[in-house]
Design a protein around this ligand. Structure first.
Ligand code: ATP
Ligand code: MG
Length: 394
């Protein structure tokens, strides 16, 4: 079976072969090709040691991405490609990282250290597909299954517990029974995993097509790092999630909208979200009951909110289990007409106010009143009219 590998990748493989080394495309790329899905990135695995890889590509721009772990990045036709030496993992010490990395010259050993059968397929033009662990069959059957004993694999690296669930969500696969049982039995080891890595996996999980049916069965896994998951109103939450767009911010906002979560910002900070994401998610929740049926309602919200308003409306549709088509139209016409909802758009500014004799806090106080008056269509947004209106409220 011949697979379509882009040239910037295949020239690297041929170059390694020319120097007597094996090289395969491995992992996600092969999985995606077999599923007819777009490939994110092409990871290469080789029998060459990192220093040997660098030697082969001495004429290329290379980056020592993780020499200790065997990874060299080679820039091919302006695209960076990670090339990692075949490795097998030694003992794991902290439920996350192997004590040491042992390089090997046999591809089968490299495949055996990978997490799931669907992630351990390799391909090169000469050999075709290598499938030591029946990954192809599992792709056909849409199953996420650990390579080897799932209990041992999850004990070694607890992140794999969440990776299993997120791959099932992303690919809309089910999880093999034995793997599933091990997930639930070993879930507590997730507490050894950094919250940054957990957040990364959860984002991919929530963005996945198959996320909703997985949430309830694996709720005890999520409650290892989000205790509140134990007291969520599942029936209501599932209904909302079923009506939600495939967007991790919206879906996580829906989860955090459950009264079980009493301090949303605190939870988001603990999950190490960026300030931008904390604002985006917590604002959706803060305004979850705000009226959005009239233009004035929406202008007032736009004035107060800094998050993506389309995303907010999508969130509201899922949260309220209703359609807000009219609100989408109003919002679009506001943007098209450049209707005023911010001080930036107001045709009078601080300097004008000073010229008019206002000082100190009065400046922002009256500017704000003027903005509200424009939103409520009590005055037009032009300087002359605004000044005239100012006289009436003084
Ligand atoms: P994605 O499309 O999300 O990038 P991927 O399969 O490429 O999917 P990566 O996280 O990029 O996933 O990892 C690349 C490959 O490395 C995986 O396919 C898997 O073979 C292996 N791998 C990654 N993380 C682990 C892990 N924690 N334990 C074992 N193998 C892993
Ligand atoms: Mg990848």
């Amino acid at each position: 079976m011949k697979l379509e590998i882009p040239e910037y990748v295949s020239i690297l493989m041929k170059e390694l072969n020319k120097h007597g080394y094996e090289c395969f495309v491995v992992g996600g790329a092969i999985r995606s090709i077999l599923l007819n899905k777009p490939v994110n990135d092409y990871d290469l695995t080789t029998s060459a040691l990192p220093e040997e890889t660098k030697q082969v590509f001495h004429a290329y721009h290379t980056i020592d991405t993780g020499l200790k772990h065997g990874t060299v990045t080679v820039v091919s036709k302006h695209i960076p490609v990670e090339i990692t030496t075949y490795r097998k993992d030694a003992e794991y010490k902290d439920h996350r990282h192997p004590d040491e990395v042992i390089f090997t010259r046999t591809i089968k050993e490299d495949c055996a250290r990978r997490d799931f059968t669907i992630n351990a397929l390799c391909y090169c033009e000469g050999t075709g597909i290598l499938d030591f662990f029946n990954g192809k069959k599992d792709i056909e059957k849409k199953i996420v299954r650990c390579i080897g004993d799932p209990y041992q694999r999850f004990e070694e690296d607890a992140l794999r517990i969440l990776r299993a669930i997120r791959f099932a969500s992303q690919l809309n696969f089910s999880i093999d029974d034995h793997t599933s049982k091990a997930i639930l039995d070993t879930k507590e080891t997730l507490s050894y995993v950094s919250i940054e890595r957990i957040q990364e996996e959860m984002n991919k999980f929530f963005a996945g097509e198959g996320c909703v049916p997985l949430l309830y069965p694996y709720r005890k896994v999520f409650s290892v790092f989000l205790k509140e998951m134990d007291s969520v109103n599942w029936e209501q939450l599932i209904q909302r999630l079923q009506n939600s767009k495939q967007d991790y911010r919206i879906r996580f906002a829906l989860v955090l909208s459950d009264p079980a979560f009493s301090d949303v910002k605190h939870t988001l900070k603990y999950m190490k979200y960026s300030n931008k994401e904390i604002t985006a998610i917590s604002q959706m929740i803060k305004y979850r009951n705000a009226p959005i049926s009239t233009k004035t309602d929406i202008l007032y919200l736009l004035k107060d909110m800094s998050c993506d308003f389309m995303q907010y409306l999508n969130y509201r549709e899922a949260y309220d289990l209703t359609s807000y088509e009219q609100s989408f139209h109003i919002y679009q016409s506001i943007i098209q007409n450049n209707d005023c909802y911010s001080l930036k758009q107001l045709q009078i500014n601080g300097k004008d106010m000073i010229a008019l004799g206002y000082t100190g806090k009065d400046i922002s106080l009256y500017l704000n009143q003027l903005l509200n008056a424009v939103i409520e269509e009590k005055t037009a947004n032009n300087k002359e009219k605004l000044i005239a209106y100012l006289q009436t409220i003084n």
